[in-house]
Write a protein that binds this ligand. Structure first.
Ligand code: PAP
Length: 330
């Protein structure tokens, strides 16, 4: 069943109920607004789309998050392998703290181990106590480059940027959205989702602009921005994990490699292993989503099973237009 058409002022009033600051409310009443994929509207801020609650998180985080030079940021476009990257990064950075039998990943979803700055930390808690984080602090975000808190760039924090073929990220987002939609809202059709995704109207969209901004930064400042594709992680997981550990400043020693530490981490964080853990089959995130919604297929190229020839053509056109001359390909 399609979402009943509601005027944007009605929608806006609903969104404003959520305990936002006056600054955020004022902003919401001036920026472009469009229909969201689940229940609430999307608002465009600094060129990218957010829900009202999320926008509050973005503002608070921009104003209050003070980076430290050693912070490590895991940055992704939604549905590009965030859960996987969080698991792998957490396991790598903390590999001397836990054994395989008492590892936190066995009982905690990666999203609760590496919180989102603008969602978990600065929405739930206006002034989170970040001192309890172990060193180095690992944070994640879906924020586009333009919206990152200034101290991240000023201090030269290391950022890993993981993205994915927009066709697969789109299909993954569409499935995820339909898991979150209530019976009353009904299913969001592939056609409608496609139309919105292509216009860039989706969480943190346009996906192509998000990717391109970090791609450019990674070319300008490779020592700060490590650019990685989901497809590269799938094709050569141990090569990419070793590069990642080097970038983090904690490369695997020859002895660790001989002992199979790289493979152990990859096995611990593999789709099959994580998705079959009790916590990920039945548990919920502290923010409410069921952990199982973050695991579907974890494969490359599932778009071929969903997109029509016309949709494929449209994707090609947009990708050509947005990535033209950049050297970036999927
Ligand atoms: P988020 O951006 O909302 O945090 P994210 O983890 O990026 O979510 O998206 C989930 C996708 O990653 C799913 O892709 P799919 O829909 O195409 O299947 C999910 O299956 C995949 N995924 C989750 N964990 C892993 C993993 N360990 N290895 C590979 N893919 C994974």
């Amino acid at each position: 069943m399609p979402i009943p058409l509601v005027t944007s002022s009605n929608y806006l009033r609903q969104d404003l109920k959520e305990g936002l600051t006056q600054e955020c409310k004022t902003l919401l009443s001036t920026v472009p607004i469009d229909k969201g994929w689940v229940a609430t509207n999307l608002f465009q801020y600094q060129g990218f789309w957010h829900t009202a609650t999320q926008l509050q998180g973005v503002l608070t985080c921009q104003q209050h998050f003070q980076a430290k030079p050693d912070d490590l940021l895991l940055i992704t476009t939604p549905k590009s392998g965030t859960t996987w990257l969080k698991a792998v990064a957490f396991a790598t950075v903390n590999r001397n703290r836990y054994s395989s039998s008492d590892h936190p990943l066995l009982t905690t979803n990666p999203h609760d181990l590496v919180p989102f700055l603008e969602r978990k930390l600065f929405i739930d808690n206006q002034n989170p106590d970040l001192t309890s984080f172990t060193y180095p602090r690992l944070f994640s975000t879906h924020l586009p480059y333009v919206s990152l808190p200034k101290s991240v760039e000023q201090l030269g924090c290391k950022m890993v940027y993981l993205c994915r073929d927009p066709r697969d990220a789109f299909i993954s987002l569409w499935h995820f959205t339909n898991k979150l939609r209530t019976q009353t809202l009904g299913t969001l059709s592939l056609e409608e989702a496609f139309e919105r995704f292509c216009r860039g109207v989706c969480l943190y969209g346009p996906a192509w602009d998000h990717i391109m901004d970090y791609w450019k930064k990674s070319l300008e400042r490779p020592e700060n921005v490590f650019f990685l594709k989901f497809e590269e992680m799938k094709a050569q997981p141990s090569v990419q994990l070793k590069r990642l550990a080097e970038f983090f400043g904690c490369p695997f020693s020859k002895e660790e490699e001989k002992k199979g530490v790289v493979e152990e981490i990859l096995k611990l964080c593999s789709f099959d292993h994580l998705s079959n853990l009790n916590v990920n089959k039945t548990g919920k995130l502290s923010s409410g989503e069921e952990n199982s919604t973050f695991f579907r297929k974890g494969e490359v190229g599932d778009w071929i099973n969903h997109l029509t020839p016309q949709m494929i053509k449209k994707f090609e056109q947009i990708t050509e237009e947005k990535f033209h001359g950049s050297g970036l390909q999927f």
